[in-house]
Design a protein around this ligand. Structure first.
Ligand code: XMP
Length: 517
């Protein structure tokens, strides 16, 4: 299989380069800029992409091994990657007088494989492209063998190439959608310049992954903690495809799930796909430990701890299990690799099944480690999971435990579940579910006065939260139509006895977070 190696110099958007390459149906991996030359040789890429980064090449220790230019492999440098390429090959990089940030138009000045047949505007026989620039430094002198392939007044060498060696470099960011023909540029680099075959497709991937799982696992048994979320569900379906009954899933109902979620998971996996699933109803155990606890982080810890406890007890009943399967996906892998070098600030401790392997003596099976979220979804559909499940909004590990503010009580969870289901129902009805990235109801344990019929009521409040985001790091509140909000509010107040007021959360992230706790 042809592969592209992406070297990350720390740009915020490096992951997007990988996305674009995968969209061209070419497999790629992203690694830190300072991997060794031996690693690169062993990886055996058909092409290398150098990402952007926040530093200046002439004063930074963000230097890859320049011997990579001697491997006979095409290289594409982006922004910092271009500057590092220029400097490493004998060109010159200087600080610009002004930072260039935002849309720019560049003129294509020499026929080349990267921009071949691309244009956003043609005037007077000249071809122009709309691109996204974000840089301070720029290349001011070409290295030997290079020619300028795009230019504009503020950045005379906006792109350069040495097509004999297969080296290309652009000062702008082709990986972001603001560069209108960026996707095509990356396509042309990987398919034309590097000559990769577009063989990274879902059916091919399923065959490969199934073969790999069979080889890894042999006749051993595997256990998997099924949460009903996309990643663990797709991992379960894939592993089941590979090894059938050697897989046992453990589905822990902690009492903090959404309305009818347990039933749905059992229907899809057990009844429909024939997967062995142990359904553990641990509601009482979780509620017992959560009683009287109001601190959000303490609640998260308890929920995580109890999950491990229950899971461990169940796995002890499967003494032949040698493997623990997890739905780890590529962004998790990149993030934890990045977390080692970059200082990450923990705002909320995220509870996932990640705490398990140390306490259970099992080997890890992570068949989705190489996939991005949208690839995981595509895989799920290809494996026969319902579209609705695979494209469901994310749901936090601690579930309603962080959506019932303060102390978690069964009664509050029951009210919240019903209010939340109404909200989601109407979002789908109004065709807004897919336009929001995450939407849910939050239970506020305060009472307010209302009037219903002839009587005064004194009941709880529910807040609705809906956000639009691409990465969940920042988010905007969704501008839901008033008639949708009105209908949801009416239905909740009429149908959920115990709630007499509904409010809509209009806070962005930052400064607020998506969840309320
Ligand atoms: P925040 O609230 O930090 O949420 O803006 C960002 C995304 O993370 C999810 N989230 C969690 N997921 N365990 C999880 O597995 C957690 O403890 C947790 N807290 C927040 C949240 O739903 C949103 O998608």
């Amino acid at each position: 299989m042809d592969k592209i190696l992406i070297l990350d110099f720390g740009s915020q958007v490096t992951q997007l380069i990988a996305r674009r390459v995968r969209e061209a149906h070419v497999y790629c991996e992203l690694h830190s800029f300072d991997v060794s030359l031996d690693f690169i040789k062993e990886f055996n890429p058909k092409g290398i992409i150098l990402s952007g980064g926040p530093n200046s090449v002439y004063e930074s220790d963000y230097q890859a091994d320049p011997k990579l230019f001697e491997l006979g492999v095409p290289v594409l440098g982006i922004c910092y990657g271009m500057q590092w390429m220029a400097q490493s090959l004998g060109g010159k990089v200087e600080a610009g007088h002004v930072r260039e940030f935002g849309y720019a138009e560049i003129e294509v000045c020499n026929e080349n494989k990267l921009f071949h047949s691309l244009s956003d505007r043609v005037e007077g026989g000249k071809t122009f492209l709309e691109v996204w620039m974000s840089h301070g430094d720029k290349v001011t002198e070409l290295p030997a063998g290079f020619k300028t392939i795009a230019s504009n007044p503020s950045c005379p060498i906006a792109a350069m190439a040495d097509e004999v060696r297969g080296f290309y470099a652009v000062q702008f960011h082709p990986e972001v959608t603001h560069t209108l023909k960026g996707r095509e540029m990356i396509n042309q680099f990987v398919l034309e310049a590097c000559g990769c075959k577009p063989s990274w497709t879902m059916p091919n991937y399923i065959d490969q992954a199934v073969a790999k799982i069979r080889e890894q696992v042999g006749s051993d048994e595997v256990i998997l903690g099924l949460s009903g979320g996309v990643d663990s569900s797709v991992a379960a379906a894939l592993i089941h495809r590979a090894i059938g009954d050697q897989l046992t899933c453990v589905f822990v109902d902690n009492g903090l799930l959404r309305l009818n979620e347990g039933e749905q998971v059992m229907n899809i996996f057990n009844k429909h796909l024939g997967v062995k699933v142990i359904h553990v109803n641990a509601t009482e155990q979780f509620m017992g430990h959560l009683a009287g606890v109001t601190d959000p982080e303490a609640k998260r810890k308890i929920i995580g701890r109890e999950f491990v406890e229950v899971f461990q007890a169940e796995s002890a009943k499967l003494p032949n299990a040698k493997w623990l399967a997890q739905g780890t996906i590529y962004p998790d892998v990149i993030e934890s690799a990045g977390a080692k070098t970059k200082k990450a600030h923990t705002i909320k401790s995220h509870h996932n099944v990640g705490g398990l392997p140390e306490t259970l003596k099992l080997s890890l099976l992570e068949p989705l480690r190489e996939l991005f979220k949208d690839e995981v979804r595509e895989l799920g559909v290809a494996l026969g999971l319902p579209h609705e499940m695979v494209y469901r909004h994310p749901f936090p590990g601690p579930g309603l435990g962080v959506r019932v503010l303060g102390e978690v009580k069964q009664e509050y969870c029951d009210l919240l579940r019903r209010a939340d289901a109404i909200f989601i129902d109407e979002l789908r009805e109004f065709d807004w579910y897919d336009k929001t990235s995450q939407a849910f109801a939050v239970f506020l344990p305060v009472k307010s006065v209302g009037v219903m019929g002839d009587g005064r009521t004194y009941e709880y409040v529910v807040a609705l939260r809906a956000v639009c985001t691409s990465d969940f790091m920042t988010a905007k509140w969704a501008e839901l139509p008033y008639d949708l909000l009105g209908k949801v509010s009416n239905r909740i107040i009429n149908e959920v006895r115990g709630i007499n007021r509904v409010v809509y959360d209009v806070s962005g992230k930052p400064p607020a977070t998506i969840e309320w706790e």
